[in-house]
Write a protein that binds this ligand. Sequence first.
Ligand SMILES: [Zn+2]
Length: 190
Amino acid sequence: MEENTNEGIPIPKSFLSSDTNAPIQRCIDCDHDLMLGDRHYMIEKVFKRYPNLDKLEVLFEYAICSVCYEKMKDALSAESMANLSQYMMQNSDMSALQKRIEENPEDPEQWLTHCIIKGTAKDEMKEFQMGACFRGDKMATDFMPPFLIGELAIEEMNELLSEETKGEMDDFMGEHFGIPPELRKDFILI
Ligand SMILES: [Zn+2]
């Protein structure tokens, strides 16, 4: 990730720790203190809406520092990673996202109302994941915009992965994040 300025937008509520409502303090892998602000980091959250519950559950969430993020990318098959970025580039509706950003420049929650790939509204989905890049207690949109990806797109992206890559992801996430393999298929490492 690039060393660069941030936009000065505080961490949106939906990216705070769901346990403490405070910023996620530590890298899930190396325990680096992310609030020092000396490294970019990614936050990923996976949400599931269970039947008979009107509230969304956070299936899991983590922050990973740029150093560990690069290590993770290196541990996964280059071909599968290239397939995923190609899928993202070809299918993301950036103009819809851009429009939401322009309409609500100060309110990133409003940028994340629809799947960036399929355009499905968050409220209509049973499962989706959200990710964004941060530095210290600010969101960093210069590297990538925050995104929301819904169940259909997650399924399609999982189909792009070789069995070998799925195994690598299961191993990496089990070993480094403590995430069991049965949850791995519910989201995609980006
Ligand atoms: Zn780390």
